[in-house]
Design a protein around this ligand. Sequence first.
Ligand SMILES: Cc1ncc(COP(=O)(O)O)c(C=O)c1O
Length: 410
Amino acid sequence: MLRVGEPGIDCVHESARGQYKVKVPIAKTYFDERDFELIQEPLKSGWVVQGSYVKRLEETFARFTGASYAVAVTSGTSALHLAMVALGIGPGDEVIVPAFTWIATANAVEYVGAKPVFCDIDLVTYNIDLAQVEDRITPRTKAIVPVHLFGLACDMDWLGKIAEKHGLMIMEDAACGLGARFRGKHVGTFGDPGCFSFHPRKAITTGEGGMLITSDQKRYELLQALRNHGASLSDFARHNAERAFLLSEYKYLGYNYRMTDFQGALGVAQMEKVDWLFDKRRERAAKYDELLRDVSFLRCPSCPSEMIHGYQSYVCLFAPEPVSPDSLADLNRRRDDLMVAMEKQGVSTRQGTHAVTLQGFYQKKYGIRNEDFPNAWMADKLTMALPLYPQITDEEQQYVVNTIISEYKG
Ligand SMILES: Cc1ncc(COP(=O)(O)O)c(C=O)c1O
C-alpha cells in the first residue's frame, strides 16, 4: 500500500506511453493510505451513488474556497454546462470566452444553443486579454467566462468593472484553478457560479469529477436539482426521510450529472491533504524557476504579486527569439523537435493547452482563421508544460532541466 511521501500512480497508463520508457511523466496522481481507506467506505455501506461522502466533499470544498455552497457533479464540463443552464443562457445569447483554453469552455456555451465569442489572450499570463474584452461585447452578450488557466487567476477587479459597466454576468471556469487566489480571495467566488474539475491532471482528483460553487441559495437549490434530473430532493435525502416510497417532484429539465459516493469519498480524502498538496506544488514550481533561471530560450510562468498560483501545470513558452506569427512555423518546428528529443530521454512534456480557435468545429462554424487570434495561436504552438506533481524529486527536476539544455539544438 502507498504511504504519504511515496510515489503515486503515473497519470499516463503503460499502454499509452509509446516506444520510449518514461522516466519523468507529465503528472502523477497522489494517493495515500487515507485515499485507499475512504474509497472503500461506500462499498462497505452499500450506498454507492451520491450520498454522505459527496455531501462531505461539498462542505469541505465550500469551506476551502470560501464559498457559501458547493454542488458536486461528474466533471468540469458538466459543471460548466449546468452553470450555463442555471444562468439562463440560451439561443441568441453571446458569451465571451478566451481563445486559448480547453475546448470544454466553449462547448458548454454551444450546449445551450448560445454563441461563444472568442477573445484573444495575454501571452504572459495565458489568460483572457483584459484590454480586448470590451471590444467583444455586443447587445447580445450575456456573460464573460474568465478561465484561470494553469492555476493563475485572472485580474478579477478589472473584469468585475467591465461586467458591471455593461450589466454582464461572470461565470468562472476555474477547472484548473483550485488553490488560485486573487488578492487573497479564492477563484470561483468572484463570479457566480464558479466551476472546477477533478480530472487526474488537476491538483486533487476523483478520477472524473467536478464542482460548482455559489453564494446564492436559490442558485444552489437550482444546481442541485439540475444535476439530478430536475428533482427537488436527492435520492439520499428522500431515502432518509419519511414517505421515502414517493418520488420527488421534477420542476426543471435536468440531467444525470451526479457524482458517485466512491468519488465523493476519494475527494474527501484528497481535500484532507489539500494544503500539503499545494505546498508541494508551489515548492516544486519554485524549484523549476530556480533551475531554469539561465535557460533563456524558455519563458517560465509568471505570477503577478496580487496572485497566488495554484500550479495546476508548469507551462513555459518556447521563445528563443521574439515570437510573432511570421516566426511561428519555424519556432513551432523547433519546439516540437525539443519535445520529441525529451520524450526519447524519458521526459514527458505537453503543449500547455490548445487554442479552441484552431479546432475544426469552431473554424468551420464561425469562419475563424488562425491569425484572428494570434496570441492563442502562438500559445498553442509554443507552450510546453513540464512534469509537475507533488512527489516529483529534486533529482527528477534536475534531470528534466538537464535534458532541456542538452537536447536544445538552437
Ligand atoms: C480550462 C478547462 N475547462 C474545462 C475543463 C473540463 O474539465 P473536465 O475534464 O473535468 O470535464 C478543463 C479540463 O481540463 C479545463 O482545463
